[in-house]
Design a binder for this molecule. Structure first.
Ligand SMILES: [Zn+2]
Length: 242
């Protein structure tokens, strides 16, 4: 059995878009991923019945009466997916530290947003990383890709976390360049400069544990790093250049 499908690929697959032969093959063979895609479908159907979805549908329909219905449907589906992704990200940020008595302040104080000139990003795009550092002095942004490798994203150079912005929500500079592939980004916040080697080792350890349980690469349980005071995560998709 090849590696399980990532959550990003599952989201794409359930819309029926961009489904490759390899993905289709895996879905016919793997009962675990069949169950996961069913859960995604249920979640999307639930989101469609929500008042927010209906309001968005009404607004888009009212504001663009000249557009063709099929295009409207596509727009609404994309909007709903984005809203869902944002909700999931917010939810994960909120719950990350709730059971951690070492944490100071509320976990909603921490956040990570990844923007760029294209959506999804293209390889080599400059990435605008916005963080909410919860009053912590340092931030380190790491990523894990589908090959389960830890990658240092910010600071782009050096071996430790860099200075966090001293505002409630700030953009990190310099802007790192987007690598091609699909990733889960982690922003680790602390009062001292966390070493990227420590975060990398923790990611490798958690990935090995996830692999031994046959979990997908993007569903790892990362323990709290020494000195870590907060964390935010974000899924990021970067297309190869055409
Ligand atoms: Zn699978």
């Amino acid at each position: 059995m090849s590696q399980h499908l990532s959550s990003l690929v599952l989201d794409e697959a359930q819309t029926g878009r961009q489904i490759t032969g390899e993905v289709r093959q895996h879905l016919t063979e793997c009962t675990a991923c069949q169950a996961r895609i069913e859960r995604v479908r249920t979640r999307v159907e639930k989101a469609r019945t929500s008042p927010l979805y209906q309001q968005t549908l009404t607004r888009v329909t009212t504001e663009s009466p000249e557009k063709k219905p099929i295009l409207l449907t596509a727009v609404v589906v994309v909007l709903a997916s984005v809203a869902l992704a944002v909700l999931i990200t917010l939810w994960s940020q909120r719950t990350v530290r709730e059971d951690d008595e070492d944490a100071v302040g509320t976990s909603t104080a921490f956040g990570l947003r990844v923007d760029g000139p294209h959506a999804p990003l293209w390889a080599n795009d400059p990435m605008s990383l916005s963080v909410k550092a919860g009053g912590r002095a340092y931030v380190l942004v790491m990523a894990v890709d589908e090959k389960r490798r830890p990658i240092q994203i910010w600071p782009p150079e050096g071996e430790n976390a860099g200075r966090a912005p001293k505002v409630i929500e700030g953009v990190l500079s310099p802007e790192p360049v987007a690598p091609a592939g699909q990733f889960v980004f982690y922003a680790f916040f602390g009062d001292s400069p966390l070493p990227s080697a420590t975060a990398g080792a923790a990611i490798l350890g958690a990935e090995a544990l996830a692999r031994s349980k046959s979990l997908p690469w993007d569903q790892i349980q990362l323990p709290r790093l020494p000195g870590e005071r907060g964390r935010a995560t974000a899924p990021v998709l970067v297309q190869s250049n055409r």
